[in-house]
Each structure stands twice: as C-alpha cells, then as structure tokens.
Design a protein around this ligand. Sequence first.
Ligand code: AMP
Length: 114
Amino acid sequence: MYDTQNIFAKILRGEVPCTKVYEDENVLAFYDINPKVPMHILVLPKGAYCSFHDFTTLAPPLEVAAFFKTAALLAEQLGIADKGYRLITNHGEDSGQEVPHFHLHLLGGNLLGL
Ligand code: AMP
C-alpha cells in the first residue's frame, strides 16, 4: 500500500521543497539532502510506486522504459555519462529503503569507491 504521506510524495505535491535538477510530465529529479558523494541525485517517477519492485512489476512497460531512458539522458545532461556514474535503488526492509516511493540514486562526478 502506497503511503501518500511519505516525504517524496510531499515533494511531488509541492508541500516540501527540493533542489530540483530535472522535471517533466512523468519524472522528477532533485539533490539528495544528505549526499554520499558530491553529485548525489534522486530520480523518481511521479506515479505512486513504493519501490523498484512495484514500479517494474506494476507500471506499464512503456512507462518503465521511458523512466530509465530519462535517467540515462539526465546523466548525459549532467555531464557525468562519459566518466561514469552509479545507479542504486533500494527495495524493502532488508535493503534499508528509507523512503517508500521508488527512486534511483544517481551518483557521480568523481571516482566512486566500492
Ligand atoms: P533510500 O534509503 O533508498 O530510501 O534513500 C532515501 C534518500 O532520500 C536518502 O539518501 C535521504 O538522504 C534522502 N532524503 C530524505 N529526505 C529528503 C529530502 N527532503 N530531500 C532530499 N532527499 C531526501
């Protein structure tokens, strides 16, 4: 069950501010409030999906494809595609997922450790 009071739902509704880096009809990307590396961006679909697992099993395939394509284009626009970047997503309790709205962590901008 999707929690409409999660912090990213509030950001999507404009109730909580974020430092936006990209937005279109279906996707929002903003800086993580507690960055693990200098460029730490969160990329999320606007639809109410709890996690990667929910998104990829419940969303129409075209929506899933468009989302990942947008994430890749965003990395290019940010200038990190050539040198490299890392995508991370957490699903569920064992992963330590904190916010129950599907998001990718897009990490880049310097050499990333393991
Ligand atoms: P996860 O553990 O994958 O759910 O990651 C949640 C991420 O959301 C963490 O890296 C947090 O630092 C980040 N976060 C939580 N609240 C906010 C917020 N208001 N604005 C930006 N990032 C946030």
